[in-house]
Each structure stands twice: as C-alpha cells, then as structure tokens.
Design a protein around this ligand. Structure first.
Ligand SMILES: [Zn+2]
Length: 474
C-alpha cells in the first residue's frame, strides 16, 4: 500500500452506462483507496512527487470479479469431463476422497490461476472453508465467501440416478452453525478484504425447514443468499419428486425470491421463471463455460437481462469448466449467447466486461467498494500490457478496438500488475506474497495421491470419462 499514480493510454473506469473509457488518463491511489481519476497531464502535475506505475502502452481497468467459484475442488480438474450425470457419477467418486490438505492446495492453485488472469475478487462457494479463508488472507486477494449448507448424506455416488437424495437435518444444521461461526470470526478480516454471504447449496440439497431458517437469518442480518437455482434437470427432477413442484415456484412459495437472492445458473429456468426472478429483484450469476461443458446448454441470461435483471459471470469449478479465467468466461458468454440466438448483436463485448466488473460488484453487494474506478472505491485494479500480441494493434480512431480485443482475444497473460486494496500483489506477472512454483508442485503431487485413493470408486463408476480412458481416448 502507499500513495502512487497509475498512468495508462486507456483507463476503463466502468462508470456510467458503458465502459467509462478515458484516454491518456491516470488513477491516483492513497492507502487502500482510489482518490482521483482524471487526465494524465493534470494529475501528473498535481501529484508530481508520487511514484508512478503503468505507462503510455498500458491499459488500466478494475480487477475482474469471479462471482461464482468453488476453489476447494480444483484438484479434480479435468477428471470428470464429457460425461452425463457429471455430479453423481463424475465428480462424486473423487470428491469423497478429498482430504483437508487437498482443499487448501487446490484452492490456492485456483486462486493463483485467477489472479494471474486478472481476477481480484473471488466469490468462493465451498465447504470446508477454513483453509480457503487462510489462502485469501495469505495471497492478498479479495473474497466474498459462502460456506455451503446442505443436508446430503455421504454416498451420493452410490445412489441410483433419479433416486431421491437422503437428507440428514442434523448434518445440515451443523453446517449452518459452522457457516455462522466463520462469519463471526472472519467478516472484515484482511483489512476488510473478506466478506460473506449465506450459501444454501440448492433447493434440492437441503430440507425446506432449514432453507426457511436461512431466509429468516438473511432477513435479520442482511447477508444475501448465494444459491444454485434450477442448475440442471437433476435438480428439477428432485424437486418434483420431493415436493411436486419445480425449483423456482417452490422458492417463490417459500418467500425466497427477492433482492437478497443471488441465483446461480438458472440452466433449467423457463422464460416465465426467469422473468419472475428479474422482476422481483433477484440477481443472476451466469457461468457459461461450466454449464456449456457440463450440460451442453446456455442459461437464459439474455431473458434475465431483458427483464431488467442484474447479472454477473462466474467460472464455477475446475472439474467442469475447466479453467477459472474470467477472460475465457467473458468470451464464452458472448459467443455462446450469439450462437444460441443466431444473432451476433445479442451479447456485445462491453456487456460481458460489465458483467465481470461493475455489475458483478452490484450482484454480490460489493457495489460501494469495487467494480469501477472512482474516488472512494477500493483500489482493486489491473495494469494490462498493450504490447502483448493478443492486444496489438490498440487503435483509438475511428473505431476503438480495445474492448473487443480484451474480451475476444486476450487470455489473461496480458495482465502485468494486480493491485488489491491498494497493495501490488502481482508485479511483472510474479505474485509477491506466495511461492507459486512450490504450491503448484505440491498440488500436483497431492492430485496424484488423491486419484490413487479414489481409484476403486472411479473405476466402478459408470461415467463416460472412465470408458474413454479404457478405450485409450484419454
Ligand atoms: Zn456452482
């Protein structure tokens, strides 16, 4: 932290209705905060004694926000792919063999991946969360955490497809208790970098009583509810079997659909259900890469936006997406929605950029703190090198190409410097607080150990990944 001026040929402030672009501009940081944004010439004179970052061939923009990620299962990356019944037959056989050390290492690998591709805020949705919290404190990133609450008994992988999940209310209650303890202990830790949400895992994964209790807690405390909603035909099937009603009408009946609901995926939501959520002020998180790969579908984000809803992007999990890189997610959001509608205009690059910055901050309830570059906000920002081949040439007239190139061409390695809360945590692509190489080496070993432990369960699973392996296709 400190006081400094960051200069750029372009500054994307993300203020106003678009991207708030300024040319030859600068951002002045004091301590944790941005204190001024304006023309470089003026600010250079005004703050001539302060150290300088950035330069004439750089772009400055807010740090990206990954609004839905499960870093705790990153060691399963690539193990359950191109398969049906991904949850039960794909990742469940592995998941039950995860040990606490695996969560910490995998999570850190995911966080490193995100930071190196410009993610500064991670809305991590996991259980157990203790070691993950330590990672965020160590690495210096911002996190908006939800400790997931479900009532699922162990042995999901042994259930028949379509069989009703058995619930254990005591287990769910213990998890909610744990979530509340974590909030009590860590809210505001890391100089305010850690914030929390409540995280029921999905309407099909816990009983209505506990869900009701979580909603009451949310009303009482103001903590928003981050929840998978209509996340697959498997969820709708469970809801119809258990309650005789689809997920969204069920949530409406329970009084859960309002501005405090952050609904993730909506893969199976009908147009009417989607409009209802938007009209009632609920937020949506769109994870195009994950849902595209796992389900082969494109969720109804365009309908949600059309109805006036606010939406963000998320990368979801490494076994499924398989990368946690918001540049990839922005491109996926644009391309998949264009293909879905057969219309190249439906999801322009600037919209995706907003959904990974300023809109995402609004969705997560962090709009006062991050998402745009303006005085009074936290200094979470990126310095991007315009001389990287994927961004060359950077043209300003007669048409500026920088936003399309950021969304359709950049891969994340163009991010040179990452600043969170005013602190430079990555400089010249090197993370300053942690030993990235050591962590990746150790995570590689831990991933191999985990696979060995899980071997028997995986080989007896009916998933297509195993069949492909047996045929020599993997
Ligand atoms: Zn998820």
């Amino acid at each position: 932290m400190g006081n400094y001026v960051i200069e750029g040929r372009f500054v994307l402030t993300m203020t106003g209705p678009g991207i708030g672009i300024m040319e030859n501009a600068a951002v002045v940081v004091s301590g944790e905060e941005i204190i001024e944004v304006g023309p470089e010439k003026k600010l250079k004179d005004q703050y001539r004694k302060l150290p300088r970052l950035g330069g004439a061939d750089k772009l400055i923009m807010p740090g990206l926000i990954d609004a839905h990620i499960h870093t705790g299962i990153a060691l399963l990356r690539g193990t359950a792919q191109d398969t049906r019944n991904w949850m039960q037959q794909g990742i469940a056989p592995f998941k039950k063999h995860i040990q606490p050390g695996d969560v910490q290492l995998g999570s850190m690998v995911n966080i490193i991946e995100g930071l190196k591709s410009g993610t500064t805020t991670f809305a991590d949705y996991d259980y157990p969360l203790d070691d993950i919290i330590k990672n965020y404190l160590d690495v210096g990133a911002r996190a908006c955490l939800a400790s997931t609450v479900n009532e699922l008994t162990p042995g999901m992988d042994k259930l028949k497809i379509g069989e009703l999940y058995p619930f254990d209310e005591k287990l769910g209650r213990g998890r909610l208790q744990k979530a509340l303890e974590l909030i009590e202990k860590w809210e505001g830790a890391g100089e305010g970098r850690l914030t929390f949400l409540l995280g029921p895992q999905g309407p099909d994964m816990l009983g209505e009583k506990l869900l009701e209790e979580i909603k009451e807690l949310s009303n009482k405390t103001g903590y928003k509810i981050h929840m998978h909603v209509a996340q697959g035909d498997r969820e709708i099937d469970q809801m119809e079997k258990r309650y005789g009603i689809r997920s969204i009408p069920f949530l409406e009946k329970q009084g859960l659909i309002d501005e405090d609901l952050i609904a993730v995926h909506l893969t199976e939501a009908t147009a009417e259900e989607t409009y209802l959520l938007a009209e009632k002020g609920a937020k949506m998180i769109h994870c195009p890469g994950s849902i595209g790969i796992i389900d082969g579908l494109v969720p109804p984000v365009l309908e949600f936006l059309q109805a006036g809803g606010q939406a963000a992007l998320g990368s979801d999990q490494a076994p499924g997406n398989n990368c946690n890189n918001m540049f990839n997610e922005m491109k996926m959001a644009c391309v998949l929605n264009k293909v879905r509608k057969g219309d190249p205009t439906v999801m322009p690059a600037w919209k995706a950029l907003r959904m990974a910055t300023v809109e995402a901050a609004g969705v997560l309830g962090l709009g006062e703190k991050v998402g745009s570059l303006e005085p009074g906000k936290k200094a979470d920002l990126l310095i991007i090198d315009l001389n990287q081949p994927t961004l060359v040439p950077a043209i300003a007239e007669p048409v500026r190409n920088i936003v399309p190139n950021l969304v359709y061409s950049a891969r994340g390695n163009e991010v040179e410097t990452v600043i969170v809360n005013g602190e430079v945590i990555m400089e010249n692509r090197k993370l300053k607080r942690i030993d990235e190489e050591r962590i990746c080496r150790e995570a590689n070993l831990a991933g191999n150990e985990l696979a060995r432990r899980a071997s028997e369960d995986i080989l007896s699973s009916a998933n297509e990944t195993v069949q492909m392996m047996k045929k020599g296709y993997l």
